[in-house]
Write a protein that binds this ligand. Structure first.
Ligand code: NAP
Length: 652
């Protein structure tokens, strides 16, 4: 069984006039690909320049040239639309069937989409991700009955039913491996199940924030709201038969590795407090990095008379309309919460310790138009090429701008290109603020990428300038029954306190207790907040334990975490394949391999804007080591996770 498939298209029944209108909404690069696909004629690729990313388009605009999305002129786009209409009519006249494209043509399409000078190393990566031929290159299948029997006798416990855990379930089932998912919440979705604060949405395009084999053409907006993402993962869990394998409202308390039997004993506790033990040959942790809300340690917080809520544990039905509200924090969560609350609160105090950088993205709240949906559902291969475009243009993202130039001498940027980014982002903030006092408060003085840069369409700064909103940058001294006292001695009387203060991101697999070979405690090995793993996945002394989104796997500026999750699950299955094919009991990462890898991770992270001593962020632990982020390019990580090298492990 292959999870990938050539998309089944719905018939095109719309008139040419309606279609002509729809074409105006489409991504030009993906449309070019679709036209070549329908016609099989690659001449278009010679006639048109390769598509360009947004910054190139902006550069063209500055030079006075009118360029549309993809860097095309209006005349080129108009011509393309005519050709698309003709191609659609011709394709329909041929019975809406397509001849398969040759490998050479597919490669030509990839090269065109990426720019002629694409590095060949990307082509294989793209081939796997796009799977234009419908062949899934990521799953694991056993044809040999002996291996099938071994797979059937290899029970796995997966912890967490979010993006990673559901994916692990789908892939394990494909390989014929029995599994149980333990999920602490009553439903699927992980972080998207838990984060229900007003305005919660993802800041990666939905069309790439999804499994490669399960595209969703129904996102209502380009950056979907949490409810929709939760529904997507729930739907995937049902569609791929994962749901019956999930034990909901159940916590993993501890897991012990038994050397004698080479099995994990996983201790779980359900909502009624009943404890039980599951036996597993392997454990896959898919608990995420942003899983345990972190409340601020402020004297008197427990004395406050009104509600004190955390963004990651928003109480159902909480209505703060007409109330005086304090929001502590100005990270990604506060950035989305503040505009929503400010619209109805009588007064809102935004307690900001650090300002944030924000990327201009006018389409951040934009809905997906009828034309775009029509194309995703009906235009041959458009959805595949569109996802590819989103994917490829973010693969490297702005990675190079995050790297420290050791010769660069500034506290506000880390290199010349980082400084250019700083200037552009500064201009964006300045364009929105009239009051110099507020501008001084909200303009960051640390380098861009020192903290997560947020997608912005102007909503946040507009909210901060409302009459009912005050931005307070004085530190918080204490809380009393009626409000918050700041370091300048002011008392801010409020009815509710919202803590958008982040998560225990440096406590991986917290608060579970893992005991590995020879009684080694994972917490102790990691000194509580110094999680380390090989490729973020395997850990010395912990045989057959695998992490998805483990230490040093967070993506900051490139790609979508969905791609990384697929790489990690693929790698975990390769490890399991190694075990089954060689009839081994256990696989454990070698300490020297792990240490060498981590030295590289630390060295590269330390030379990035987020690793710079100039900044504090949730990517670092208290000792200042970056424990959250993957410092490599996404393609490098993909290459590292293609195969499980037996030499990296102690195999028993
Ligand atoms: P966060 O980025 O860790 O932000 C926490 C905020 O609270 C920071 O502004 C921090 O200030 C402040 N803070 C913490 N303790 C404080 C205290 N005692 N007093 C005053 N201020 C305090 O947490 P988050 O906003 O929940 O976001 C975490 C991550 O979740 C994001 O980076 C992102 O990866 C993910 N996320 C994504 C989305 C999305 O996709 N759109 C939305 C929400 C979250 P300092 O900066 O000075 O420490």
């Amino acid at each position: 069984m292959s999870l990938q498939s050539t998309p089944a298209l719905q018939p095109i029944t719309e008139s040419p006039e309606v279609i002509a209108g729809y074409l105006k909404e489409l991504n030009t690069a993906a449309l070019i690909m679709s036209v070549v696909h329908m016609t099989g004629d690659t001449r278009l690729l010679q006639e048109l320049p390769t598509p360009r990313t947004l910054d190139v388009v902006a550069a063209g605009a500055e030079a006075g040239e009118e360029l549309l999305e993809g860097g095309y002129t209006p005349a080129q786009v108009a011509d393309l639309h005519q050709r698309a209409l003709a191609a659609i009519a011709d394709w329909q006249a041929r019975g809406a069937t397509l001849e398969p494209l040759t490998d050479a043509t597919i490669q030509a399409l990839y090269r065109f989409m990426c720019g002629a000078d694409v590095d060949p190393e990307y082509l294989e990566f793209i081939d796997e991700e796009v799977a234009i031929d419908g062949v899934d290159r990521r799953g694991l299948h056993f044809d040999d009955p002996v291996l099938q029997a071994r797979a059937a006798d290899f029970p796995v416990v997966v912890i967490g039913a979010g993006m990673g855990g559901v994916l692990a379930g789908i892939r394990l089932a494909e390989a014929g491996i029995p599994y149980t998912i333990i999920e602490k919440n009553p439903g699927v979705g992980g972080t998207w199940y838990e984060n229900r604060y007003p305005g919660c949405r993802v800041d990666v395009p939905g069309h790439s924030y999804s499994y490669s084999f399960a595209p969703n053409h129904d996102w209502s907006s380009h950056f979907p709201l949490a409810d929709e993402i939760r529904a997507y993962f729930d739907q995937c869990a049902r569609r791929f038969g994962v749901t019956p394998h999930i034990r909901f409202s159940t916590d993993v308390v501890a897991a012990h590795y038994d050397d004698e039997t080479a099995r994990w004993r996983v201790h779980v506790r359900d909502a009624q407090g009943e404890e039980s033990v599951l036996q597993a040959r392997a454990v896959i942790s898919a608990v995420g990095q942003l899983n345990r809300p972190k409340m601020p340690d402020i004297p008197g917080l427990s004395d406050f008379r009104g509600p004190v809520v955390h963004s990651g544990a928003w109480p159902q039905g909480l209505d703060l309309a007409g109330k005086r509200v304090a929001v502590i924090g100005s990270g990604a969560s506060a950035f989305q919460i503040i505009p929503e609350l400010a619209a109805t609160a009588s007064h809102l105090v935004a307690l900001q310790r650090s300002p944030v950088w924000m990327f201009p993205n006018p389409g951040y709240h934009a809905e997906v138009g009828h034309g775009q949906r029509w194309a995703l559902e009906k235009l041959p291969y458009y959805s595949k090429w569109y996802r590819f475009w989103l994917f490829y243009t973010s693969v490297e993202g702005v990675y190079s701008k995050t790297l420290v130039d050791p010769e660069w001498n500034s506290t506000r940027s880390v290199s010349a290109s980082n400084d250019e980014m700083r200037e552009a982002l500064t201009a964006w903030i300045e364009s929105q603020i009239r009051d110099p006092e507020l501008l001084a408060k909200v303009l960051p003085t640390y380098p861009p990428f020192g903290k997560r840069i947020l997608q912005d369409n102007g909503t946040y700064l507009a909210a901060l300038q409302r009459d009912n909103v005050e931005v307070v940058t004085a530190g918080i001294r204490s809380v009393d029954g009626q409000g918050i006292v700041t370091e300048d001695g002011r008392h801010h009387a409020v009815d509710a306190i919202v803590c958008a203060t982040g998560f225990h991101a440096d406590r991986f697999l917290f608060p579970m207790q893992f005991t590995g070979r020879g009684g080694v405690q994972l917490n102790a090995q990691w000194s509580e907040t110094n999680g380390r793993a090989y490729l973020g996945i395997t850990v010395p002394n912990f045989p057959n334990l695998f992490c998805i989104y483990g230490p040093n796997t967070n993506l900051v500026v490139a790609g979508s975490i969905a791609h990384n999750a697929e790489s990690q699950v693929h790698y975990i299955l390769e490890c399991i394949r190694l075990l089954l094919e060689h009839d081994l009991r256990s696989l454990e990462c070698r300490q020297d391999v792990h240490d060498r890898y981590n030295e590289r991770v630390d060295a590269v992270n330390a030379a990035t804007a987020w690793g710079s001593p100039l900044v504090d962020n949730w990517y670092k632990n208290a000792a200042g080591r970056v424990t959250a982020n993957l410092p490599f390019r996404i393609i490098d990580y993909w290459k590292m996770t293609r195969h499980a090298n037996p030499d990296d492990f102690l195999l028993r």
